[in-house]
Design a protein around this ligand. Structure first.
Ligand SMILES: Nc1ncnc2c1ncn2[C@@H]1O[C@H](COP(=O)(O)OP(=O)(O)OP(=O)(O)O)[C@@H](O)[C@H]1O
Ligand SMILES: [Mg+2]
Length: 411
């Protein structure tokens, strides 16, 4: 077996309790650990290895396929037994694939005899998962491996391995695409494109920098990530909230179109971000399509921006559409603060990831918006939650029981 380990990874080949590799996309992190798994199984027969991630909905989410490909590429297929959910390794060992979120303090004990745990996409690991995992992997000489693309210094893996007091016996390396001699031309095209068109996110995507956040921002990435959900719960009320741009020229602002709601659990949810640039008919068409898609209760729109025009435009698309008009009496940042407060109380979740919206949120400070252009997506989201806000503080609403009393209806 001949493995060509890129130079940047070589210091990780020695034994160590903790091994961490972090960096931007395409730096070879996953391939390196996948090869290390195969190598360990060959060199140390009977190895038991668990590949974990925070959430693993199916084996497709796991590194199983990558490890299978490595077994073949390294010409050792005859020594492994690939089964549906696990891989048998030389000497009666095994490689298994698990989501830590599916584990309890009891069930995780099944991993006590394992020699290596490799956490892939480790930036997503919760504090709870980290606390479950570390003391569980306890076989003599056992190792914990982490590969990740950093998001925030406050993520548990960054606190552990890049914080002030990393554990003893930890080897932690930064790697980037330039360290990957196998960096494919397809990715080079992507990288080059991002460097020209997406400079504000380039450092995060390709260099392993933390996600951009303005100093003093009223939202932070961690609270967004902490509360993120995979699916939408039962909803009691859904609104499509629109912040239309005033003009429609190529350089003009986007029309913020964000779908928000309250679950029957009383929490707020951001369900979709359909913001676009375009003509009034385009934003209106999109808002109505979102209304239908989510079977939403109404479209929320700010009255100041062009007065009646916006409602008129919506009615051109859908004559009897339900509209809630809101009036701005306070400045943008003043409006945003109570909503940011709800986020910091963990009472609002994003269902999925809304990169552009979240970027805008993390550039809003008490002193103003520090990003480019104007934060139209945030404005739309804030309007929506401002409208839902009394309901957020009310006792549990019944599922899908439309409470229209607080709304002012038009159309
Ligand atoms: N050891 C290797 N042998 C062959 N190809 C490799 C190897 N390491 C990396 N590559 C190539 O480089 C690409 C990026 O590597 P890899 O997927 O491991 O990076 P990564 O750091 O995990 O990136 P991401 O953050 O996108 O998951 C792979 O898709 C593959 O084409
Ligand atoms: Mg990877």
């Amino acid at each position: 077996m001949d493995i060509q380990t890129p130079r940047a990874f070589q210091s990780l080949l020695q034994a160590s309790r903790y091994k961490g590799v972090w960096g931007g996309r395409g730096s070879g992190k996953s391939h390196f650990f996948a090869e290390s798994v195969v190598e360990r199984c060959i060199m140390q027969p009977s190895s038991r290895i668990v590949c974990v991630r925070e959430v693993q909905k199916s084996l497709k989410d796991s590194v199983k396929r990558l490890i299978e490909d490595k077994i073949v590429a390294l010409g050792v297929g005859g020594r492994f037994d690939v089964k549906a959910t696990e891989i048998g390794t030389p000497g009666g060992g095994v490689i298994v694939f698990q989501g830590l979120q599916d584990h309890t303090a009891e069930s995780v004990k099944s991993l006590e005899g394992f020699h290596v745990a490799w956490a892939e996409e480790a930036q997503s690991l919760s504090t709870r998962s980290m606390e479950l995992l570390r003391p569980t992997i306890r076989a003599p000489g056992s190792e914990l491996w982490f590969s990740w693309n950093p998001r925030s210094a406050a993520d548990p893996v960054d606190e552990l391995l890049r914080g002030i007091t990393p554990p003893p016996d930890a080897i932690v390396r930064r790697v980037n695409y330039s360290d990957n001699p196998f960096f494919p031309p397809e990715l080079e095209v992507e990288r080059e494109y991002d460097s020209r068109t997406n400079p504000s996110r380039y450092g995060h995507i390709w260099m392993g920098d933390y996600e951009p956040v303005a100093i003093g921002a009223i939202w932070d990435r961690l609270m967004l990530h902490r509360n993120r959900r995979q699916g939408m719960p039962e909803m009691s009320r859904i609104l499509v909230s629109v912040d239309p741009a005033v003009s429609n020229t190529p350089g003009s602002d986007e029309h913020g179109i964000v779908v928000v709601g309250i679950g029957s659990d009383g929490r707020g949810y951001v369900l979709a971000d359909y913001s676009i640039r375009g003509s009034p008919m385009q934003w209106a068409g999109r808002a109505v399509a979102a209304l239908d898609e989510f079977d939403a209760d109404a479209i929320v729109i700010e009255r100041n921006q062009g007065g009646d025009m916006c409602a008129q435009t919506l009615r051109t698309v859908r004559p009897r559409v339900r509209i809630v008009e809101v009036v701005a009496t306070r400045g943008k940042h003043v409006r945003a603060e109570p909503i940011a407060a709800l986020y910091s109380l963990d009472r609002i979740s994003h269902v999925g990831t809304f990169q552009r919206l979240e970027d805008q949120m993390c550039q809003i400070t008490a002193g103003g918006y520090e990003g480019d252009g104007s934060p139209d997506r945030v404005d739309a989201m804030v309007w929506g939650f401002t409208e839902l806000f009394p309901a957020i503080n009310r006792a549990k609403a019944k599922p899908r029981e439309r409470e229209r009393a607080p709304l002012s209806w038009m159309g």
